[in-house]
Design a protein around this ligand. Structure first.
Ligand SMILES: NC(=O)c1ccc[n+]([C@@H]2O[C@H](COP(=O)([O-])OP(=O)(O)OC[C@H]3O[C@@H](n4cnc5c(N)ncnc54)[C@H](OP(=O)(O)O)[C@@H]3O)[C@@H](O)[C@H]2O)c1
Length: 192
């Protein structure tokens, strides 16, 4: 066990069970953040939370949720906007679903929009009132360079109309929100 202790700051990270989200949570744990880890794969989240708690002396809560599911999303919104102060929200969960648009499964279109558009906007909306009231907090929205790739041909890039469109939403949403929040003490940024 390390000597690190909780810093009193608290972060909620979606898509914490692998990849970029897992790297975020490992770094935040080292900085002493208490964590709320959100994703669908409970086993991975539980193992990760145990490791982070043991190694960093922080608290880590596991929330198994499918962000394309409205009821699951509502549970996570409640946590993001609850009484306990949230210092940082990272909207990272996502997937690419690359496929020529004429043959993409319509349900994949729904899932791409639900996770990259609805969940990002709803969780931000849930977290922000408390952050603005406290004049403190930050939101990081994980976009993609593909957000600005729309005019490039599909080859050698993947066929990506819905993914690129959804990531373009994240970029424009974050830029506009940052403007609205200027001077509020709350920072909002998109990362590629
Ligand atoms: N990798 C890249 O080159 C790249 C480049 C630019 C942007 N990005 C973006 O970065 C983010 C993370 O991607 P990654 O590369 O780290 O991919 P990854 O390893 O596949 O991680 C995706 C994360 O999102 C979670 N997730 C997926 N669908 C979900 C759902 N319906 N509900 C809840 N959680 C869900 C996954 O967890 P579960 O499966 O356990 O639910 C996983 O933790 C995504 O938004 C992606 O679009 C990636």
């Amino acid at each position: 066990m390390s000597d690190a202790v909780s810093s009193g700051r608290r972060a909620l990270i979606t898509g914490a069970s692998s990849g970029i989200g897992m790297v975020y949570v490992e770094r935040l744990a080292r900085e002493g953040y208490d964590l709320i880890l959100v994703a669908r794969r409970r086993d991975r989240l539980v193992d990760l939370a145990e490791k982070l708690k043991r190694g960093n002396g922080i608290a880590a809560e596991v929330v198994c949720a499918d962000l394309t599911d409205k009821q699951d999303l509502a549970r996570v919104e409640t946590l993001a906007g609850g009484d306990e102060a949230l210092s940082l929200l990272i909207n990272n969960a996502g997937f690419a679903g690359y496929r020529p648009f004429v043959s993409i499964d319509p349900e994949v279109i729904d899932d791409l929009v639900d996770i990259h558009v609805r969940a990002v906007a709803r969780l931000s909306r849930a977290a922000l009132p408390g952050m603005v009231r406290r004049r403190k907090g930050a939101i990081i929205n994980v976009a993609s360079l593909l957000a600005i790739s729309a005019v490039l041909p599909p080859d050698p890039l993947p066929s990506r109309a819905t993914y690129a469109g959804a990531k373009a939403f994240i970029l424009a949403f974050t830029q506009a929100l940052a403007g609205e929040l200027e001077g509020s003490g709350v920072d909002v940024q998109a990362c590629p």
